[in-house]
Ligand binder design. Structure first.
Ligand code: KIV
Length: 278
């Protein structure tokens, strides 16, 4: 039987019922399938794919084409998890019309159920227009990686009163503009607690402590596959880079020593046919 998909409504119900929402990033079919089968509520096709899948130094080079391509792959793998596609840098910065068109592309061609935009008061008109087009929007405040050049690096946001107040106010504005959930990235947990308490919509934290209504991690980080940078907030639930290297070393060794491929991995033909070939 087909599983019922986690929806915008499920996000809101989870907040009401004090149930934590689980979210992970995914960028391809086979991992999306595994994460979905493991029971994760939501899959974010994050523009972090620029770093962990494409090897860029930040997320700014990711294009709409990249996002559509990866969203399509994830959507083929996930039956229950709600799929949210990140809107990449410049896809919602030029005009409200372009924002709606690009959000629509992620739904129509990428088959996502919602989109995520980074920013606060600077994107309220875009959020409203996308929601008006019947596309659910997830917000993202705190350390918004597309603003890395304005922040001067990947730094914790909202430690000081003025900035903390600004983030809390922007969270309320985004809620008023119609976002169904809000990612809080790299903010002190006390600030995330205040924001989560003041909102009716759920907050999803990454480096924002335990008081958020849900958590998101980059899959490659939590499985120990991406080792270029390990942020403080990442907990490694597995060491897949170790496991992968060990398996590949064994494969090279067995292949070189003739252990692999064995008879069980090879195809045979009848002796009479062989004889005719000599
Ligand atoms: O791109 C991404 O993976 C994200 C999460 C870190 C929230 O935006």
């Amino acid at each position: 039987m087909k599983k019922q998909r986690f929806t915008v409504d499920s996000f809101l119900k989870a907040k009401k019922n004090d149930q934590k929402i689980s979210m992970l990033t995914a960028y391809d079919y086979s991992t999306a399938k595994l994460l979905d089968e493991a029971g994760v509520d939501s899959l974010l096709v994050g523009d972090s794919l620029g770093m962990v899948m494409l090897g860029y130094e930040n997320t700014l080079q990711v294009t709409m084409e990249d996002m559509v391509h990866h969203c399509r792959a994830v959507s083929r793998g996930a039956e229950r998890a709600m799929i949210i596609g990140d809107m990449p840098f410049l896809s919602y910065h030029i005009s409200v019309e372009e924002s709606v068109r690009n959000a629509g592309r992620l739904v129509q061609q990428g088959h996502v159920q919602a989109v995520k935009l980074e920013g606060g008061s600077n994107i309220l008109d875009n959020v409203k227009a996308i929601v008006k087009a019947q596309i659910p929007v997830m917000g993202h405040l705190g350390l918004t990686p597309q603003s890395v050049n304005m922040f001067g690096g990947f730094k914790v946001q909202g430690r000081e009163e003025e900035q903390a107040r600004k983030i809390a106010e922007e969270a309320l504005r985004l809620q008023d503009a119609g976002v169904f959930a809000l990612v809080l990235e790299c903010v002190p947990e006390q600030l995330a607690k205040i924001i989560s308490g003041q909102l009716d919509i759920p907050t999803i934290g990454i480096g924002a402590g335990k008081y958020c209504d849900g958590q998101v991690l980059v899959m490659q980080d939590m499985l120990g596959m991406y080792t270029d940078i390990t942020p403080k907030f990442v907990k490694k639930y597995a060491d897949l880079s170790g496991a992968i290297k060990e398996a590949v070393t064994m494969y090279i060794d067995e292949m070189q020593t003739g252990v692999f491929p064995g008879k069980e991995h090879s195809f045979q033909m009848d002796a009479e046919v062989i004889a005719k070939l000599y």
